[in-house]
Design a protein around this ligand. Structure first.
Ligand SMILES: [Zn+2]
Length: 70
């Protein structure tokens, strides 16, 4: 299980990046939102997409490469 966060500021395409708490790229403490603790990034992205169905979430290439779609 890992804790997942997303960055509150999307990138230039409007995509929000999801990280685990131990990502080495991570994350300004004040610029991130806690999603929850999940088995994997697929579960984390599924959960946060239910909350924000009009946002696109993408896994970080470093810590969530299996969810890095964009
Ligand atoms: Zn990351």
């Amino acid at each position: 299980m890992s804790a997942f966060y997303y960055l509150q500021n999307p990138d230039h395409k409007g995509i929000f990046t999801v990280h685990t708490e131990d990502c080495r790229i991570i994350l300004p403490v004040h610029g991130r939102t806690y999603i929850g603790t999940f088995e994997n990034c697929q579960e984390a992205i599924k959960s946060v997409t239910l909350l924000f169905p009009y946002r696109i979430f993408n896994g970080c290439v470093e810590c969530c490469p299996e969810c890095h779609y964009w």
